[in-house]
Ligand binder design. Sequence first.
Ligand code: DON
Length: 307
Amino acid sequence: MHTPVPEYLQEVLDALAGDDGGEVAQYIPDLAAADPDGFGLALATVAGRTHAAGDADREFSIQSVSKPFAYAAALMDRGFDTVLGSVGVEPSGEAFDELSLENGSHRPKNPMINAGAITVHQLLAGPGAGVDRRVERVLAFFSELADRPLTIDDSVLASELGTADRNLALAHMLRNHGVIDTDAHEAVRGYTAQCSVLVTARDLAVMGSVLAGAGVHPHTGERVMPAEVARQTLSAMAAAGMYDSAGTWFSDVGIPAKSGVSGGMLGVLPGQVGIGVFSPRLDAHGNSVRGVKVCERLSRDMNLHLM
Ligand code: DON
């Protein structure tokens, strides 16, 4: 590639700017009001360089892109045996808001679907930590990864809690099966606060670069998570980060990734780079339409496919 990186990123955005396919998420009122045209892209290398284009500094709620990072925090707080005893790592092949429990064990199939992420959130900050400590834990950890103090969007949080019937139903079922022991409303409140943390595409790229660097923060050179936690997190992303399109995604783009309903996308090429994209219009799976296309193009042009 001969074009300098910033010009190249802008070129990728320009090529897709006119694509208005998909729809902004409707089921959370605050997200339905999002500007559908926002479009930002950032790359952060394991050497600590960040390149950005478009609306890469526009804040949006992290939503499901929080799930891999909360999973990493839970693995650190509670160890592999406890976390893997509560949540599996198999693709569910179902939508993100299905219950998708394993037969027999009743474990949610993976930490990337809502049932798995609600369960993971209850494990944060040690046994018996209340909702406030769990939320503080994710906020502090996400801020450490992004290398800036992040905040929670209280309006998104209130908006989503007002329409959280489906997640409440999942939490009640999880409690009924003994997968969580937290009160269902408290479980959903903590998980929803986790989803309401405000980030930018640049933040996602930097957060992803820590996973790419096997847990070492490229800005400081400090280890912020054990290498095996980064590896486990990336494995879960590869298996299930793109929900019921995880297989198509992996064959087309070939890197572990995670999407969210506010239009954020995280991609991680191990050993090399974290990618953050923001574009709110979603496809039928709940993945950002232009986010997917940006990643397909980057993968092709930069030869990112792991296979
Ligand atoms: O639980 C929910 O419905 C949202 N807080 C997050 C879901 C999400 O981002 C799914 N991703 N496509």
